[in-house]
Design a binder for this molecule. Structure first.
Ligand code: AMP
Ligand code: ZN
Length: 493
């Protein structure tokens, strides 16, 4: 089966094919850098990261662009509160976002910043005015006239035919019942940051930003546009109206929306105050790999209810997979191959692919790898796994990890970074005993010996990649490893 994805535009699952050959051009709405992101935000970012990784595994070249919203109402308000410039303020939170994204194993997309595209945005507004779909108000702001775009509502499936022509809204986010002409460009208010441009002084609205930068990077029509489900209206609806009015062409072909992460049945959000940041969870002693695994354990189109029990379960799952990989790399097997193990490995790869091809059913893909672990562990005990089975079984694990990215053990290193950050920010009181112990003890001697045995076995089998991987894990945990002609030695730094 080829890749099938749900398209919010058609409300159906469709076969996903890029517009141009083998290249997928996708744009994901990124963070507004006004504060630490919460794990709800990261559910969406991780879902897009997993999709990108799966596209690559499926043989596509991926151009993945993400914006950084570095000017908006909240940023301006918070920068003024802290007595710093907007640039100083956003630089801090952009860095925080990128560190968090790395913490949770997100591969970095091409980043585009709103404040670096102001002249292009002004030009876009001027062209909309020329087309007669945008207008200037007395104070020098510009609005998009939604009555000029008859397809308005096609993404959110809302009938706006009875709406009030000319009623306006200048906040960036508003609900469906108040569909209005929306602000493209906001004239300066006292104390606000503004730019002097060809259409006058002011700053761009949020929706305009994404239309301009996505088309600049990816062309007028591109393959896929992604974000969390709250972006369907008004953000993406407005992006479509602006972009298609200007070009007369379909904007994005697929619309990909991740459903919310909930806490006790409610959307996790800053405004409700029911949120955890990634660092909050690491401060409590949870591993980044457990958080990533948990966020991918429910398919992106189902809501995910966050619980600490779920997080503990995720940690157990990752540990089982890591131990299994180590056991495969480090054990001695009798020569030969078992037809049963060989077909188990290849069937697992097929099952994982079929699950992900089916609108990214991550839960089924995880179930497939665990079934392989279960059957192989049972065969271990009866001598049913042979030397030549190890390669194919490891290959299935590697396929899994190309997409899920949780097997390499670099948690201690990442947890240490969070511990250091807590020290630098004066947040020692939030550091749990569990985090301190995890960082201080790092790996136990027995853990280290297991990895060293794995290295010896891998080198014996001339699998230098596997050996290097284990060595990197040891180094990440602060262990010095020396490979000498007499064998492998280790010591704690
Ligand atoms: P923001 O920084 O507020 O613009 O949000 C960044 C991304 O996180 C957007 O794609 C949102 O749709 C998404 N998002 C916000 N809250 C949640 C949540 N509780 N669950 C999943 N995604 C969310
Ligand atoms: Zn956007």
């Amino acid at each position: 089966m080829a890749l099938h994805l749900y398209n919010t535009m058609s409300s159906r699952i469709e076969e996903f094919r890029p517009l141009r050959d083998n290249e997928v051009r996708m744009y994901a709405c990124g963070p507004t850098v006004y504060d630490y992101g919460h794990i709800g935000n990261f559910r969406t970012f991780v879902a897009v990261d997993l999709f990108r990784r799966f596209l690559r595994q499926s043989g596509y070249q991926v151009r993945h662009v993400m914006n950084i919203t570095d000017v908006d109402d909240r940023i301006i308000r918070n920068a003024a509160r802290d007595g710093v410039t907007v640039q100083q303020y956003t630089a801090k939170y952009e860095k925080v976002f990128l560190e968090d994204a790395a913490l949770i194993g997100i591969e970095q997309p091409t980043l585009v910043r709103a404040t670096e595209h102001i002249p292009e945005m002004a030009d876009f507004v001027a062209r909309l005015v020329e087309k007669g779909v945008a207008y200037r108000t007395e104070d020098g702001s510009y609005y998009f006239r939604i009555a000029e775009f008859p397809a308005y509502g096609k993404l959110s499936k809302k009938d706006f035919s009875g709406m009030l022509d000319g009623a306006r809204v200048d906040v960036d986010n508003y609900d469906k019942d108040s569909a209005r002409d929306f602000a493209l460009w906001k004239s300066p208010k006292p104390g606000e940051t503004w730019w002097d441009t060809a259409i006058g002084p002011g700053r761009p609205g949020w929706h305009l930003e994404c239309s301009v930068m996505s088309m600049e990077e990816l062309g007028e029509s591109f393959d896929l546009h992604a974000g969390g489900e709250d972006l369907i209206f008004p953000h993406h609806e407005n992006e479509i109206a602006q972009s298609e009015s200007l070009t007369g062409k379909p904007f994005a072909h697929f619309w990909f929306h991740a459903r919310f992460l909930l806490v006790e049945g409610e959307k996790m959000s800053k405004s409700l105050g029911n949120f955890f940041t990634l660092r909050d969870l690491v401060l409590k002693g949870h591993k980044p790999s457990s958080i990533r695994y948990l966020l991918t354990s429910v398919p992106y189109r189902n809501q995910l209810n966050f619980t600490f029990d779920g997080l503990k379960q995720a940690a157990v799952s990752v540990e089982r997979l890591r131990n299994f990989r180590l056991r495969l790399s480090a054990s001695n097997f009798t020569a030969g191959a078992s037809a049963q193990m060989q077909s188990l490995a290849s069937e697992t790869i097929e099952k994982m692919r079929a699950a992900l091809d089916d609108d990214l059913n991550t839960a089924l893909a995880q179930a497939a790898i665990f079934e392989m672990v279960r059957q192989t562990n049972a065969a271990f005990d009866t001598g049913g796994v042979k030397k030549d089975d190890v390669g194919p079984l490891l290959a299935a694990l590697a396929k899994f990890d190309e997409v899920f990215a949780v097997l390499d053990d670099n948690d201690v290193l990442k947890m240490k970074q969070v511990l250091d950050w807590a020290g630098a920010e004066g947040r020692e009181k939030d550091v749990s005993r569990e985090l301190r112990e995890a960082v201080e003890s790092g790996l136990s001697d027995a853990d280290i010996e297991k990895k060293i045995a794995g290295m010896r076995a891998a080198r014996g089998a001339r699998d230098f990649q596997a050996s290097d991987r284990l060595r990197a894990e040891l180094i990440a945990a602060g262990i010095t490893v020396e490979i000498t002609k007499d064998g492998i030695r280790w010591r704690r730094k």
